[in-house]
Design a protein around this ligand. Sequence first.
Ligand code: R5P
Length: 295
Amino acid sequence: MADLDGNKVEKNFQVDIPFSMDNNFYVKGAGHLEWGMKKHLSNIFCPKSGNTVMFAFDHGYFMGSVSGLERLDLLIPKLIPHVDVLMATRGALRTCVKPDFRKGIALRVSSGSSIIFDDLSHEVVSVDIEDAIRMNADCLAVQTFIGADGQVSSIKNLSKVINAGNRYSIPTLGVVAVGKNLERTDQYFKLATRILAELGANIIKTYFCDKFEEIVAACPVPIVVAGGKKLPEQDALKMAYNSIQGGAKGLDMGRNIFQSKNPVEMADAIGKIVHEKFTDKEAFEYYKEKAESRK
Ligand code: R5P
């Protein structure tokens, strides 16, 4: 292991130079993967824009019936036409989503936390690879806690899922979870995203922060940005726009869609930024107009 003393602070990210290995496939870092992996990745990332709108509604796995997701059976079918990927638990998918939908699936495969337990950082792999295959999952989502009490077990979980996914050509989505007492700095996210990518995750979900373009430049696989707590729609769209401008390949948003007064219009507005190069201002105008015309 390298000596930890006297490490230089990294700064040469060369953010203006595109990733150099994308010449035979449009998804970052996937050029040398085999056909099945690429097929799943193309179910996630739109071949035309290269980007994705993931709709995350897996919160129930540790938060129960969170506000806005009380009735998955009523909400999710309305949103499916407006997003590219559903990020969910197998329980939510099997009970509340008809199997004939034609979008991607990011299947939550780690669990073990709950909001009434103080430390959320200890999880297990809770879905077998065979069940993920049965559900036709396009990627396997694992929560990973770098710098938290559960770091070793979550890296073990991530590695187990990557190894199983590689056997059957199913990509892994490494989710950066920020443990309590940790700050959301670019230094932290550079560390966490790079560790997950080097362990073999094919997509990384993390948060937007300052110097985001450096995090993207140093990460050899696509980054999708988590929405986080509910913001006013205008602010959430600004965050989405800044993420895409900073090099994110999509948003993986939950509360900022399902806790909006107008979830469908919000999902559409995010899609305009992600796929059609709308600015945040244009997307907010679009959101307001669509919400108004539905009244
Ligand atoms: C949390 O652990 C889950 O991965 C959620 O899917 C994630 O936090 C995204 O949801 P939100 O945009 O509400 O933060």
